[in-house]
Design a protein around this ligand. Structure first.
Ligand code: C5P
Length: 237
C-alpha cells in the first residue's frame, strides 16, 4: 500500500490517497479541537490513542454486522479505510442528557433518556452544526430518505453493541456522534468512534472520561481516554 497526497485535513485527522482508488489512509493527529474549531491544542499521544481506540471499536462493530469503512491498522496513528462519499450530516444518539441537549431544553445533566433519542445535525462549523431533520436533509439533497433511515437504524444498532461493551467495563455511554458515507452504492459507517466524539462516564462515580475533560478544562484528557481503552481491552502497545 503506497501512501500518496493529502486529500483533506480536518480538525483532528488528515486523509491521504493511496495507489488504490478505493482506499484511503486516515491519519490521526495529536490536535484536539473544541467549540467548532475555535480552540485547538496538541495533546501528546492522542493520535495513537484515538487510532487504536477507533480500530478496536470498529472491529467490534464489524463483528456485530455493522458495515464500516475501517479496513485495518497501518501504524500507531494511521488506519486504512474505504473511500466514501460522505453525507454531511451527524447522527447523534443519547442515552443520558448532557451537553447540547441540556443547553437547548434546559434539562438537568444526567437525566436518563428512555428510550434513547436520535438527532441529526448539519456538519457545518461556521453555522455551529445546526440541528436539521430527515425532511430537510432530503429536500436539500444531503441524503435520500432511504439513506437516512438506514443511518438511523445503524446508529441505534451501534448503541446496542457499544452500550453493553462499555457497561461491562463499568462505563456509561452517555451519547455519541456518527457519520456515514457511500461506497459503491452501500452506506457505511465512516469517520471514527473515539472519546472525541462521544460522552463516557464512570458508571459509579459519573466521572467524565471523554472530550468534555478538554472542553471543560478538567485536565487528564488523554489519561482518561487511555483508562477507558484499557478497561474495554484496547491494546495500546
Ligand atoms: O454537543 P452535543 O451534546 O450535541 O453532542 C452530542 C455528542 O456528539 C457528544 O458525544 C459530542 O462529543 C458529539 N459531537 C461530536 N462532534 C460534533 C458534535 C457533537 O463528536 N460536531
Amino acid at each position: 500500500m503506497e501512501k500518496r497526497n493529502e486529500l483533506y485535513a480536518g480538525k483532528a485527522k488528515s486523509i491521504f490517497a493511496t495507489d488504490d482508488p478505493d482506499l484511503l489512509i486516515m491519519h490521526f493527529r495529536d490536535d484536539t479541537s473544541a467549540f467548532d474549531g475555535q480552540r485547538v491544542e496538541q495533546l501528546a499521544r492522542k493520535g495513537m490513542v484515538n487510532n487504536k481506540f477507533n480500530a478496536f471499536i470498529m472491529g467490534k462493530l464489524r463483528e456485530a454486522g455493522v458495515p464500516v469503512h475501517f479496513e485495518r491498522l497501518l501504524s500507531d496513528d494511521e488506519s486504512l479505510v474505504k473511500r466514501l462519499d460522505m453525507i454531511p450530516v451527524e447522527c447523534v444518539v443519547r442515552n443520558v442528557a448532557a451537553g447540547g441537549l441540556c443547553r437547548r431544553l434546559g434539562i438537568e445533566e444526567g437525566r436518563d433518556l428512555n428510550p434513547p433519542t436520535f438527532e441529526l445535525f448539519l456538519k457545518n462549523d461556521a453555522l455551529h452544526d445546526p440541528m436539521i431533520n430527515e425532511s430537510l436533509a432530503d429536500s436539500l439533497g444531503y441524503a435520500t430518505i432511504e439513506q437516512l433511515a438506514t443511518a438511523k437504524r445503524l446508529t441505534f444498532q451501534v448503541n446496542d453493541v457499544l452500550r453493553q461493551l462499555f457497561l461491562d467495563a463499568g462505563i456509561l455511554l452517555v451519547d455519541y456522534k456518527l457519520e456515514f458515507g457511500v461506497h459503491k452504492g452501500e452506506l457505511l459507517l465512516g469517520d471514527e468512534f473515539s472519546p472525541d466524539g462521544c460522552r463516557l462516564w464512570d458508571a459509579n462515580t459519573r466521572e467524565k472520561l471523554d472530550k468534555d475533560r478538554f472542553r471543560q478544562g478538567l485536565g487528564g484528557v488523554i489519561e482518561a481516554y487511555e483508562e477507558v481503552g484499557r478497561r474495554i481491552g484496547v491494546d495500546f502497545g
